[in-house]
Write a protein that binds this ligand. Structure first.
Ligand code: NAP
Length: 453
């Protein structure tokens, strides 16, 4: 518990940032939560699939953090290189606050590094997710023609993001219409001719990183059959059999796959084909992707995949690589380019020599990498805040109003909680005009306009 009012800046208004702000407010600190985007909630708004209503409802809890005394939202403020257009630099934040907690996540995609990956029709799951969630950075002109003209899709990766993408591309209209997706996204998905989604796991079913609830949902979609491409994939090698014995999630996942392999198909007109021991070797096509060359793999005693040289081809006009997210560096802040995280010890950012940088902390995906569920951030952010409070014990709080005077000097007007409330009301009104609970406004200009009194 701190006895003086510490002034802390949290960079990122996603789950990790708001969990950190919550813990700091509970300790009596005064907290400014900055976000590059004009709206709060980060991955809860722009990463969690729109049809995952209960996970997205975490937003209500996070909204309460913004209403806490001592917590102030400063949205639409980019932290970074001021010469390149950012509103403030990390150094300016450090000068204006007792502590700065970086929680800006891991928003970039990873690559497959296979020939043909750059062909039109080959996209990152991060871009597709950004589009269907209505992220201001989503490239509609690039994504919509691809989704509209595809009949068969290959999704690379067998994690929860791959499941989200597969479900959203095949889900029945009424499921999608109940979400807050932007209207244009809903219309493209309604009119899409995608009937086959092939999901490629480079290792076996026991090594898939999806969770059982999410996997099971694929089998519950009306009009969609889930098909195992090769039933031999369920003949587990020793290391996979041992995993089934030792890990309940793996055991349940394999059980779900077995049950699908034993049931007659429902006769759905759409199919999700699950391919294990299958990795993309090449994307082929003239002007855009037409097919994917897939190499069969085996899994060794260490659980690693090895190519067998045996290949087959899958026809696809859209290839979505869902092979993980990665964080990017913030100018002037140390970065571990191998792990794509900010190097830290217990949330304290450290320099090349391993020494903590005074006042600089990190939480969430940019601290630990892109793993865990939304709830994981509470403990993670709590641990970082505990380090910060221990370091600043007895410190006298910084005078002034944080970064606000500097922003005013630069003519930058942040969007505060009232501004967000107006955006919130505008999205509800837009939804109501079409009989929906909410419709996400996706353009930055429209969000900024809606935030104005
Ligand atoms: P992930 O769970 O790490 O899955 C990445 C997948 O990509 C793995 O199957 C991985 O296979 C595969 N992969 C990586 N490199 C590859 C390559 N070069 N070629 C082929 N396959 C490759 O990551 P994610 O799906 O992006 O999810 C990120 C985090 O968000 C996870 O913690 C996830 O649980 C969470 N999340 C949760 C939910 C939810 O709770 N509903 C929804 C979405 C996301 P290997 O294992 O063989 O490397």
């Amino acid at each position: 518990m701190c006895l003086v009012t510490l002034r802390i800046a949290v960079v990122g208004a996603g789950p990790a940032g708001l969990d950190a702000a919550d813990a700091l407010a509970s300790a009596g600190a005064s907290v400014d939560v900055l976000d590059r985007l004009p709206v709060p909630f980060g991955l809860v708004r722009y990463g969690v699939a729109p049809d995952h209503f209960s996970i997205r409802s975490v937003r209500e809890t996070l909204a309460h953090v913004l209403e806490r005394p001592g917590v102030r939202l400063l949205a639409g403020i980019e932290v970074g290189d001021v010469d390149a257009g950012a509103a403030v630099s990390g150094a300016e934040l450090l000068a204006a606050y007792d502590g700065v907690v970086l929680t800006y996540g891991a928003a970039r995609d990873r690559h497959l590094d296979v020939p043909g990956e750059e062909l039109a029709g080959s996209i990152a799951a991060t871009d597709l997710v950004a589009w269907y969630c209505g992220h201001p950075d989503a490239d509609r002109d690039a994504i919509e023609p691809l989704v509209s003209s595809a009949r068969s899709v290959v999704v690379v990766g067998v994690g929860n993001v791959a499941v989200d993408v597969t479900r959203v591309l095949t889900a029945p209209w009424d499921r999608l219409a109940a979400t807050d997706m932007p209207q244009h996204v809903l219309e493209v998905l309604r009119d899409s001719s995608i009937n086959d989604v092939h999901v490629l796991g480079r290792r076996g079913p026991a090594q898939a990183t999806w969770t059982t609830k999410e996997l099971r949902e694929l089998g519950e979609l009306d009009g969609v059959d889930v098909v195992l491409d090769d039933l031999h994939d369920l003949d587990l090698e020793p290391i996979s059999a041992a995993l089934v014995e030792s890990d309940r999630v793996v055991a349940r996942n394999v059980e779900v796959l077995r049950s699908w392999s034993e049931h007659a198909l429902d006769g759905g007109h759409k199919h999700i084909h699950l391919h294990f021991h299958s990795r993309p070797a090449e994307l082929k096509g003239t002007e855009r992707v037409e097919r994917v060359v897939v190499e069969r793999t085996t899994v060794d005693d260490q659980g690693s995949a090895h190519g067998t040289g045996e290949t087959y081809e899958v026809g696809a006009q859209l290839v979505v690589r869902s092979v993980g997210y990665r964080g990017v560096a913030l100018p002037g802040v140390p970065f571990d380019a191998r792990r794509n995280v900010i190097p830290n010890v217990d949330g304290r950012v450290v320099d090349d020599s391993g020494s903590p940088i005074a006042g600089l902390y990190v939480a969430g995906w940019i601290k630990r990498g892109p793993t865990g569920i939304i709830g994981t951030n509470k403990k993670d952010a709590g641990a970082t805040v505990a380090s910060l409070l221990a370091d600043l014990e007895g410190a006298s709080g910084t005078e002034g109003d944080g970064i606000v005077p500097l922003l005013a000097e630069r003519g930058v007007v942040p969007i505060d909680l009232d501004g967000w409330s107006r955006i919130d009301a505008a999205e509800r009104a837009l939804g109501a005009s079409r009989g929906r609970a909410r419709t996400t406004i996706h353009e930055t200009d429209a969000l900024v306009a809606a935030a104005r009194p």
